[in-house]
Design a protein around this ligand. Structure first.
Ligand code: GLN
Length: 295
């Protein structure tokens, strides 16, 4: 007769199969998910026997991981800037690198500001950037657009789950649907985006998590800059005088993005490094002092 499977023996066997650096943690997360318990409970009950149905559910999660599926898609969630976000294969998985972009935006918006601050997040995906900003700057109104209806669905659910009410979601490919509206109401203090920026033949696309993520959220033409060019070329009519454009980009794209921003007339250009020390965010300002609108 085989001895009953305990939490401890199950975790050990799974860690040995997973083999990656986070094997133990990943195995624990799967078991917490199957048992609907937290980390502390799991550690305190290491010698408990597992019910066969729980063990089977655990094995199913483990097998998905062994086939390479990202943790965030298996568990259906990912933490970003302190927010618990629902994540599906329709959305890019929020990354710690992108928290640098949120920090940069928050740095430009005073916490106590009486005027209404308007922010546009282009290609919102799970809503990560828009929701993090909206949560920390309740006086701001945030418009978050995405070209994918499925992604917008998730972003809306995340806003609802987090009780964040100052974000409005709009179906639009970059500025396209905003352009149909009156420009006066579509001028922003900050336009922020983590657009796709990977080169279409980049070898990383066939490795790790990227294999499972939506290509439309990752790849942008031969040099990875097609979408960044579109955003930069069209940003000025949507920026208030003195408004900021803030873009995430690849670690080796800072110089090109800076050149594109300079060519379009943005000033005060600056590149910011992410927590890994890579150039990750470049920002530029609309130099206009007064509005050019005849209103
Ligand atoms: N930062 C992601 C990566 O390199 C790419 C996301 C994006 O293209 N915006 O894995």
């Amino acid at each position: 007769m085989t001895s009953p499977k305990t939490i401890q023996s199950t975790l050990l066997a799974a860690s040995a199969q997973l083999k990656n650096d986070d094997a133990k943690l990943e195995a624990q997360l799967f078991l917490q998910y199957a048992l609907k318990v937290n980390h502390a409970w799991l550690i305190a009950h290491e010698n408990d026997a597992l019910q066969p149905n729980i063990h089977a559910e655990f094995e199913a999660l483990l097998n998905r991981r062994l086939h390479g599926e990202p943790m965030a898609y298996i568990l259906g969630c990912r933490e970003f800037y302190g927010l618990e976000l629902m994540v599906t294969p329709d959305t890019l998985i929020p990354r710690p690198d992108t928290e640098t972009l949120v920090e940069a935006v928050l740095g430009k918006i005073p916490l106590h500001e009486n005027d209404e601050i308007r922010i546009l997040d282009l290609g919102t995906g799970t809503g990560a950037i828009a929701l993090a900003i909206a949560k920390h700057r309740p006086q701001a109104s945030v418009i978050a657009v995405d070209a994918s209806t499925a992604a917008l669905e998730i972003a809306r659910k995340n806003a609802e789950n987090l009780n964040i009410v100052n974000v409005q979601f709009v179906l639009s490919h970059w500025f396209d649907n905003l352009d149909n509206e009156n420009n006066n109401v579509n001028q922003f203090d900050v336009i922020v985006s983590n657009p796709p920026y990977i080169e279409q033949n980049d070898a990383h696309l066939t490795q790790g998590d990227l294999r499972f993520e939506p290509l439309s959220a990752l790849v942008s033409g031969v040099d990875g800059l097609d979408d960044i060019r579109q955003i930069i070329n069209n940003c000025l009519i949507h920026l208030k005088p003195q408004g900021w454009l803030m873009l995430e980009h690849g670690y080796n794209q800072a110089e090109l993005v800076t050149d594109l921003m300079a060519q379009t007339g943005l000033t005060n250009l600056e590149t910011i490094r992410d927590i890994a020390g890579n150039n990750r965010v470049t920002i530029g300002k609309n130099p206009l002092i007064v509005s050019t609108h005849w209103d």
